[in-house]
Write a protein that binds this ligand. Structure first.
Ligand code: PGA
Length: 242
């Protein structure tokens, strides 16, 4: 039985004081011990988040939302794996559709980033998913297959166990239009064929406290990647305990 994993993706939201308040509020809610939790924040917030989680003894991994694949050098504006580790990050989200779509990150670049995360001891949450046209054209599984095959190229089975993979259909992200539990189950069961048993497979896309419990009942759903609903401690907590 895989331990459930809940990943907050705060995206480009919050400032340092908000991070401290969020952690105080979450600590007061008593997280269950039998789940894993990750919170991913903007680079500037990671040290504050890491310190606050440590001060409160909250068993949550602080994470970033991106990294660059080289360790150091002339890459103005980028942040490397060793720098992330130094800032207190224990994990990183990679391959989010916003990175793919707005910042042009390809499967090839994401493969390098994934290898850099693993090399630096960061737990990676790797996101895949088709867009609306691809689903309408019946190509959802082909798109996800290609993202997995190219994104995970060259990774050993033991490396794949250091990653969680989130199925996040682009049409469901931030739209309030989540995949049905059946759609999520169908894709995650398909994705399972590419990964060892221990790799957690998550669903992401408009997860909230209303739909979390029915999605979690599906056998292939090992947890969630949560955007909007993770910004409020009570909502995030309700999803974790759904
Ligand atoms: P959402 O975002 O929960 O707001 O749809 C999910 C994500 O982007 O990871």
């Amino acid at each position: 039985m895989r331990k459930k994993l809940f990943v907050a993706n705060w995206k480009m939201n919050k400032k340092m004081a908000d991070v401290r308040d969020f952690c105080d509020d979450l600590a007061a809610l008593n997280l269950p011990a039998e789940v894993d939790v990750i919170i991913s924040a903007s680079f500037t917030l990671v040290p504050t988040l890491a310190k606050k989680l440590q001060d409160l003894s909250l068993p949550i991994l602080p994470a970033a939302q991106n990294l660059f694949y080289e360790d150091s050098g002339a890459f103005t504006g980028e942040v490397s794996g060793p720098q992330l580790v130094d800032s207190g990050a224990k994990a990183v989200i990679l391959g989010h559709s916003e990175r793919r779509r707005i910042f042009g990150e390809t499967n090839e670049v994401l493969n390098k980033k994934l290898k850099a995360a693993i090399k630096n001891g960061l737990f990676a949450v790797f996101s895949v998913g088709e867009n609306e046209e691809e689903r309408a054209a019946g190509k959802a599984k082909d798109v996800v297959k290609q993202q997995i095959e190219e994104g995970f190229a060259g990774l050993s089975e033991s490396d794949k166990a250091k990653v969680a993979v989130a199925y996040e259909p682009v049409w469901a992200i931030g739209t309030g239009k989540n995949a049905t539990p059946e759609q999520a189950e169908e894709m995650l069961a398909y994705m399972r064929t590419f990964f060892p048993d221990s790799t957690r497979l998550l669903y992401g896309g408009s997860v909230n406290e209303q739909n979390a419990s029915v999605l979690l009942q599906k056998p292939s759903v090992d947890g969630f990647l949560i955007g909007g609903a993770s910004l409020v401690p009570e909502s995030f907590y309700k999803i974790i305990t759904a």
